[in-house]
Design a protein around this ligand. Structure first.
Ligand code: IFM
Length: 450
């Protein structure tokens, strides 16, 4: 497949992403405190085979090798998250120097190799001590989070390119408190709006504290979003689509960009909002991170969801045009938005190594389709600046354990051997090509100016 990416800006960034609990392992090393995922994974039946991130990809001990691997692939940027329990083992109080030191070395190692660091503060590993006080149901957690954000921004804000407060607050609120699939495992949908509000409040409080530190980093948030499709344009399907959009997208985008919760039939807003909250939440951001994996299908008539590109190993429908639609839809509804990064997009397939090789042609096809989908959104005026493939390497896929392989690098969990899949080699060559054409365009531009 030939891709037309000509609409993307010439300095567009190509990278890959991971998160702390999914790759680091070493959960009891250097003073790290217990997180809600350590606790959750130990409870019978919560994760496949009771698997946890205790070892994961052992990245905490192998980060140098992983950095070399990223450089060998020519990655221009790397998105990672900081584990809050490494920085403040009980979620409050003085910083743990050893924990901060790890991320210091990681960031310096990236910069030495010419890779831009993009940091996320919260990718779901809340210190257990805060959960014992109610976690995100407790408004105080938002203030604790802002203190943690300030510690990290003071230490790393001079060197990282971006800092995102949260990764996918929808997952924290809905999967963590609504249906119980994720830590802390509560199952009460009525809790979701208030948890979402506290997450958003914590984002706002952290933004203020980090701005005051005056770091160099651009500040924003990462949301997982789906475009919504209906099988036919009936009033019932339209109403259902509006409600899905409200719960998935507007619950977060409205407060962030309109300083209000949506008013949609059936949508339940949070009940406890204090004076000043909405202004804090809606303060200006430097970027918006969008994670996209699939679409939402609404059909009151029960029309089965079409899947022309098939399904992933997560059973998610592959819908590249849904990424274009999503970006164009939010651009229209929330303009002016800050620049957007696609902070996650990727696919799980049951990849197997044969010797040193891992053939994953379907992943390469998936990447091409989604790169082009982003470029199509750019032709319609969406300001997209970069793309991070999820994930750099196979890792701990939360309640699905180690079964689902999203990586462009294969990890053999028995030996911790990393093998570049064919997709990683393809991405390496693709990035090299893109960098070369960017240099050529720049030289041509300079010649015209001269
Ligand atoms: O692995 C997760 C990641 O932690 C958050 N976004 C979705 C990915 C795939 O499920």
């Amino acid at each position: 497949m030939n891709m037309d990416l000509s609409a993307l800006p010439k300095n567009f960034t190509w990278g890959a992403a991971t998160s702390a609990y999914q790759i680091e392992g070493a959960t009891q090393t250097d003073g790290r405190g217990v997180s809600i995922w350590d606790t959750f994974a130990m409870q019978p039946g919560k994760t496949i085979r009771g698997e946890s991130g205790a070892v994961a990809c052992d990245h905490y001990n192998r980060y140098e090798q992983d950095l070399d691997m990223m450089k060998s692939m020519g990655l221009q940027a790397y998105r990672f998250s900081v584990a809050w329990p490494r920085i403040q083992p009980s979620g409050r109080g003085a910083a743990n120097e050893k924990g901060l030191g790890f991320y210091d070395k990681l960031v310096d190692g990236l910069l030495e190799r010419g890779i831009d660091p993009h940091l996320t503060l919260y990718h779901w590993d809340l210190p257990q001590s805060l959960q014992d006080l109610g976690g995100w149901l407790n408004r105080d957690t938002a203030f604790a989070f802002a203190d943690y954000a300030e510690i990290v921004a003071r230490r790393l804000g001079d060197r990282v390119k971006t800092i995102a407060t949260h990764n996918e607050p929808w997952c924290t609120a809905y999967l963590g408190f609504g249906n119980g699939q994720f830590a802390p495992g509560l199952k009460d949908p009525a809790l979701v709006p208030q948890v979402a509000h506290h997450l958003l409040l914590s984002h706002g409080l952290a933004m203020s504290k980090m701005r005051a530190v005056n770091s160099q980093a651009q500040l924003g948030i990462v949301l997982n979003q789906c475009s919504v499709y209906t099988s036919s344009d009936t009033p019932e399907n339209r109403a259902e689509a509006a409600l899905q959009w409200a719960n998935f997208v507007q619950l977060y985008m409205h407060p962030l960009f309109k300083q209000a919760y949506p008013e949609v039939k059936g949508f339940v807003p949070p009940s406890n909002i204090e004076a000043g909250d909405m202004a804090l939440i809606g303060q200006k951001m430097d970027f918006l991170g969008v994670n996209y994996y699939t679409r939402i299908w609404c059909s009151k008539e029960g029309v089965p969801e079409p899947a022309p590109y098939g399904r992933t190993d997560m059973d998610w429908i592959i819908c590249p045009e849904g990424l274009t639609k999503l970006l164009v839809d939010i651009h229209k509804e929330y303009s002016p938005l800050p620049p957007i990064y696609i902070t996650e997009n990727g696919v799980a397939y049951p990849d197997k190594a044969a010797g040193n090789d891992v053939a994953d042609p379907k992943r390469i096809e998936f990447m091409k389709l989604h790169f082009e989908a982003v470029a199509k959104a750019a032709t319609q005026g969406v300001d997209v600046r970069g793309f991070f493939y999820w994930s750099l390497m196979d890792n701990y896929e939360w309640n699905s354990g180690y079964d689902k392989r999203f990586g462009i690098v294969h990890v053999d969990y028995a030996t911790q051997q990393r093998r570049l899949k064919d997709s990683a080699k393809w991405y390496r060559d693709f990035i090299a090509d893109q960098s070369q054409s960017a240099v050529q365009t720049e030289t041509a531009d300079e010649a015209i100016i001269a």
